[in-house]
Design a protein around this ligand. Structure first.
Ligand SMILES: Cc1ncc(COP(=O)(O)O)c(C=O)c1O
Length: 391
């Protein structure tokens, strides 16, 4: 028998990173010493105290049973306490927190949980490619908010087409921003709340890189904005702050209706997350956050090392305020994909072309700061030999 995928699945976007990984693997198979700056997978291990909490929890028979459908009340409490302590935000743990098996799941299922086929949603361009999976699964209409360096990669709400704005029901934001490292200001979030209220648009702010701010500046949470909970939610993940990307745990916080929609769809898709992982997440969230400080210091050093190495060859980075990425301009005469191919081919340096994150990513490539020196210097020296940048 032969089976065909459903029409919905046939409309899923191509996985952008699968193509990049194939190219990098093909290059490495030639024996080249590839410096891979293309991906976003945290390279450091999960802090030991979290691993130990997980080990203890896996030995507890209570953690072997089905979880409550909506996750452990004590994890929701830990998430609420975390937001209170870190951002001064008050949350009702039962009504305003939803446990997610990684924030990607929440971001992909949300359009399906909140919108009807044919409804309109707004996504940032450039932006995290997986948002597009949610658009395809929910069969909603996508409108892009084109972001540019001129406006610090923040959407300019005045510039959006008024017809699109009137139709839009949901909007995604992501600060600190993957792929550019741009950060949002409290004023921008205040404008966002006003805009969302005026046009009845739900806001989802993806705070995946919330812990990673540079130069001592801490990224602000959208929920710190007065009125934010009336219009939207924020998603948070333990993947980046605690190097737990493989564990699959995160949460969404904010507007009670949106949280209920997430919980309802998840009642039908999952039985929450393995309880031992939830217990380990509690240990992480309730900790003194000293491991997060150490991690941010490591990313700051990498950011400084990479910027210094790039500037030495005349390659000026976009001034990023957070995340573990650097957003680098492409020299004249190349598209971002051509330049990424050239770097892999001639320098054995893998980078992600900006267009992998949307049309407005043209003219840039994204560098992942997920290795230590001396590899940044080596990568930049190899690239410098191409002679494409003016010093
Ligand atoms: C902007 C952004 N949002 C969300 C995610 C998903 O993170 P997770 O599903 O591990 O929580 C990522 C992962 O790379 C990301 O870059």
């Amino acid at each position: 028998m032969k089976f065909e995928e459903s029409k919905v699945l046939q409309h899923l976007p191509k996985q952008f990173f699968a193509n990049l990984v194939a190219k990098v693997n093909a290059k490495a198979a030639t024996g080249a010493d590839v410096i891979n700056l293309g991906q976003g997978n945290p390279d450091q291990p999960t802090p030991d105290f979290i691993v130990k909490a997980m080990q203890k929890a896996t030995a507890d028979p209570a953690d072997h049973k089905y979880s409550l459908f909506r996750g452990m009340p004590r994890l929701k409490q830990a998430a609420a306490d975390f937001y209170k302590r870190e951002y001064g935000v008050d949350l009702d743990p039962e009504k305003e927190v939803a446990i997610l098996g990684g924030s990607k799941i929440g971001l992909v299922e949300l359009p399906f949980a909140l919108l009807n086929p044919g409804d309109t949603m707004l996504l940032p361009d450039p932006g995290y490619p997986d948002y597009l999976s949610g658009v395809a699964l929910a069969q909603v209409k996508l409108e892009l908010m084109s972001l540019s360096a001129d406006n610090h990669y923040l959407p300019d709400y005045q510039q959006l087409d008024s017809k699109v704005v009137e139709q839009a029901k949901l909007m995604y934001l992501n600060y600190p921003h993957n792929p550019t490292g741009a950060v949002a200001t409290p004023e921008f979030y205040q404008d966002t709340v006003k805009f969302a209220k005026a046009h009845h648009i739900g806001v989802v702010q993806d705070f995946a890189y919330g812990a990673i701010g540079f130069d001592g500046k801490r990224p602000v949470s959208f929920l710190q904005t007065p009125g934010a909970k009336d219009v939207g939610i924020e998603t948070y993940t333990l993947s980046k702050s605690y190097n737990m990307a493989g564990w699959r745990i995160g949460f969404a916080v904010g507007n009670a209706d949106m949280i209920e929609a997430i919980n309802l769809i998840q009642d039908h898709l999952f039985v929450s997350v393995f309880p031992a992982i939830q217990d380990a997440a509690i240990a992480a969230l309730n900790s003194d956050q000293s491991t997060v400080k150490t991690l941010v210091a490591r990313y700051q050093k990498r950011h400084d090392d990479f910027y210094a190495a790039a500037r030495k060859i005349g390659w000026e980075p976009y001034p990023s305020g957070g995340t573990f990425y650097a957003w680098m301009p492409v020299p004249k005469g190349y598209t971002s994909e051509e330049f990424a191919d050239l770097l892999l081919d001639k320098c054995a340096v893998a980078v992600a072309p900006g267009t992998g994150f949307g049309k407005s990513g043209e003219g840039f490539v994204r560098i992942g700061l997920l290795i230590d020196e001396p590899r940044f210097t080596e990568a930049c020296e190899r690239i410098g030999k191409l002679g494409l940048f003016k010093k």
